[in-house]
Design a protein around this ligand. Sequence first.
Ligand code: 5AD
Ligand code: SF4
Length: 347
Amino acid sequence: MSVIQKAFLTNSLTHKEIVGILSSDEYNDSLFSYANLARKEHNGDDVHLKGLLEFSNICSKNCHYCGLRRQNKSLKRYRLKPKEIISLAEKAISYGYKTIVLQSGESNIYGIDEFCHVIKSIRKMGAHVTLSIGEKSEEEYLAYKNAGANRYLLRIETTDEELYKKLHPSMSHQNRFECLKVLKKLGYETGSGSLVGLPGQSISSLADDILFFQKSGFDMIGIGPFISNENTPLRSEKNGSFYMALKVMAIIRLLMPKINIPASTAMETLDKNGRVIALQSGANVVMPVITEGEHRSLYRLYPGKICLDDTPSHCRLCISGKIRSIGRGVSLTNGDSNNFIYRGGAA
Ligand code: 5AD
Ligand code: SF4
């Protein structure tokens, strides 16, 4: 039996085996097709579409890879008013979105009550709410949970402590781990993930990331390649590799067959067919942007972001067409992760 078949049947791999798979391209075809099979067996053929609403690009952090970092003075900053956020969400729901993902840089520019009002209003319109707004206190996470937020995304970015320190000035790796624990404890459907191809990142540390995700029992994992941004200290570094990110994602699918895995937008930036390839290699979620106009391009984590001039309704039609063209369908459910349902988390 090959190592990939073993992973498919037992949902387990050792650190050494993962390093072996990541270090060679000989497993690629079988890795991607078994990951696709695992996705199909545990999640079916339907793809969850979740509307990504980038409601503010203001950020108090200084992550070395990210265009929203505080010290990037060349970026015009914006924040949508609660009313504007709710109205964009309403439109997206009318196009068929069943989950709204509220994402922003890390900041405290909205009061907790104000933000609870946004969450409650979107929940009242019948959609699920995912938050992706960074590290907060337990009290704040609890307030949003009580307001009705269902899910939370917080990538660990890398489990390599030294590398984390270098790339995240004055941030605490330990606190990020703590936040993830608290989110899970509070009953959020919890997502994490990492960047692949960061300068100085080793294959062994990618294997650590994968085993950390499995051990933590997260419900969703988002993997994206690092893309070099000219307005950051990493401007002269090479981009991560599309195929390395795809391999990390596919191994995660074999080890965590029930979770939700998005086909990340950063993958599509590096390969014009990236999201479809990811959907055929283990992914079962796509998060099209539902932000409108100028804000789509101002939310610039990295260059080459796709679909900058498109409207949210166009994006939904476009991705739905691509999904159908590969014999898959758009899910009509609320998009809960089967892992979350299985561990008794869903309401
Ligand atoms: N390349 C790829 N992904 C990036 N992110 C931030 N900057 C970049 C970049 N230059 C990702 C981080 C963050 C998510 C919202 O965007 O992983 O968690
Ligand atoms: Fe801010 Fe997140 Fe970008 Fe870091 S990755 S600078 S926290 S938006």
